[in-house]
Design a protein around this ligand. Structure first.
Ligand SMILES: *[C@@H]1O[C@H](CO)[C@@H](O)[C@H](O)[C@H]1NC(C)=O
Ligand SMILES: *[C@@H]1O[C@H](CO)[C@@H](O)[C@H](O)[C@H]1NC(C)=O
Ligand SMILES: [Zn+2]
Length: 455
């Protein structure tokens, strides 16, 4: 049935070039507060230690690598992706993940997709962290405390996100060269030269995904490092920190992952929703916020959320609430996850207010968005500017009600730069035949209602 509706919508090519989503780039600008930056670990600190690290798995060589390390009385550190060579939820990878963790190696995040984080928006960076955290919690019950940014690339935005998510960034001070074209002989020689210099400690980059690394370079490295008297430890041990933010039991996979298997890039994120709603409940019921205060906050920013952006109020009148309230409000992104914009609120001064609102909505909460403008709304540029503020949050759009001039819809619904992996329900009003298609396979769409205002 869904697809019938879509075939009615699938009527040709996009009518407009879609503007690239504006990066929601600076949390500080949004909140007016200094944002902490995560520590970047570039080397070990404990003397005489070597942390051998292995990136880009889980992969098949993990068993061989682990056996060698254990036989040498050593522990390694595995920086895993969620979806790189394979998907971490694939049965074969679930086994590898559980095996390596059970052997006592340290496991850490290498992001979901192995993208260059410096090219992503604030929301997208959070998403890259979040999906791996979710996988670790489901499969192992641990919350990672360290993340290696792909290619070693990071900026302050990445460090802000890492700090918010309780993770330190880890790079390296020695690269075996296995991912950049070194032959095993060259990697062996690089290890030999390093060991000859005998630094106090070593943070070594290797990759779990190469047979030669596992079967030729690693045996040589382990032998020579041990001969030189180094202790082979995890990254956490070589810097004297704890390996995880928390350790509990793995969540029951069958309960928490309705579709056991892939959660691939750009595909339906619905299974994340169940854990989100639990999160929302527990936040709202948090005993540290008096129920009375909560009710007031709700009246202020939820029940009356159409009023907050009303021209007769200051945009976001919340600026006037006391700082205590503001702290509480800022710490509750769920309060900001529903936004309704009425025709009278489509004003230039509300563009910034909407941006702030979206900034407060956090990064993992799904958004319910309703935008109402008459089909003949005169100022299309202003409306487009408002819609552009929404674009960086597109991965979190869940329920969308759009009563906007039809020519603005492709930018929101058929934009190759704006995936809609969480989109679940869509209500559209259109004043003429749509000239774009929606790729429903990349969404969670379950319901569409269409109000056609054309003959
Ligand atoms: C790792 O694999 C190689 C090649 O198959 C094998 O010779 C070696 O014994 C393996 N090492 C361990 C510890 O299993
Ligand atoms: C979002 O849509 C779903 C499914 O259509 C519905 O059950 C849910 O109540 C909606 N949420 C809100 C806040 O409107
Ligand atoms: Zn990598």
């Amino acid at each position: 049935m869904l697809f019938n509706v879509f075939s009615a919508l699938a009527l040709g090519v996009m009518v407009r070039a879609s503007p690239a989503p504006a990066p929601l780039s600076d949390l500080e600008a949004l909140t007016g507060r200094a944002t902490p930056l995560a520590q970047v670990i570039t080397k070990c600190t404990v003397p005489n230690t070597v942390a051998l690290t292995f990136d880009d798995g889980p992969e098949e060589y993990i068993y061989n690598i682990s056996r060698q390390l254990i036989a040498a009385g050593a522990k390694g550190t595995f920086f895993w992706n969620g979806y790189n060579y394979g998907c971490i939820y694939d049965e074969i990878n679930v086994k590898r993940v559980k095996f390596a963790y059970a052997q006592g190696h340290m496991v850490a995040s290498h992001t979901w997709d192995h993208k260059d984080l410096t090219k992503l928006t604030f929301d997208e960076i959070h998403d890259e962290f979040y999906r791996v955290e979710l996988a670790f919690e489901r499969l192992l019950g641990v919350k990672p405390a360290f993340l290696r940014p792909p290619y070693g690339n990071y900026n302050n935005l990445v460090r802000q996100v890492a700090a918010q998510r309780g993770q330190k960034l880890v790079t390296w001070d020695f690269d075996s060269g296995d991912s950049t074209g070194s032959t095993p002989a060259q990697s062996d020689a690089a290890y030999d030269a390093l060991i000859k210099r005998h630094p106090s400690n070593i943070l070594a980059l290797n990759h779990e995904v190469y047979k030669n690394t596992a079967e030729i370079v690693l045996p040589h490295a382990i032998k020579e490092l041990k001969k030189a008297g180094y202790k082979l430890v995890t990254v956490a041990e070589c810097v004297g920190l704890r390996p995880y933010q928390s350790i509990t039991f793995p969540k029951n996979m069958m309960n928490s992952v309705p579709t056991l298997g892939r959660l691939p890039n750009g595909k339906c994120a619905r299974d994340a929703a169940s854990s989100q709603s639990a999160l929302i409940l527990s936040t709202v019921q948090s005993p540290s916020v008096p129920a009375e205060t909560l009710r007031e906050i709700f009246m202020y920013c939820m029940a009356g959320n159409t009023g907050d952006l009303n021209p007769t109020n200051d945009p976001l009148a919340l600026r006037r609430v006391s700082t205590t309230w503001r702290d509480i409000i800022d710490s509750m992104p769920c309060l900001w996850s529903t936004i309704t914009i009425t025709p009278s609120q489509i004003l230039p001064q509300n563009v910034q207010a909407i941006k702030e609102w979206l900034g407060r909505s956090g990064t993992t909460f799904f958004l319910d968005i309703s935008i109402h403008a008459p089909p003949d709304f005169p100022n299309l540029d202003l409306l487009a500017a408002i819609l552009t503020e929404f674009m960086p949050t597109c991965r979190r759009w869940k329920n969308l009600t759009l009563c906007v001039p039809t020519e603005l819809l492709p930018m929101l619904l058929s934009n190759p730069d704006a995936p809609l992996p969480a989109l679940e329900s869509l209500k559209l009003a259109m004043d003429h035949q749509p000239q774009f298609t929606i790729d429903s396979s990349a969404t969670c769409l379950r319901s569409i209602s269409l109000l056609a205002l054309y003959p």
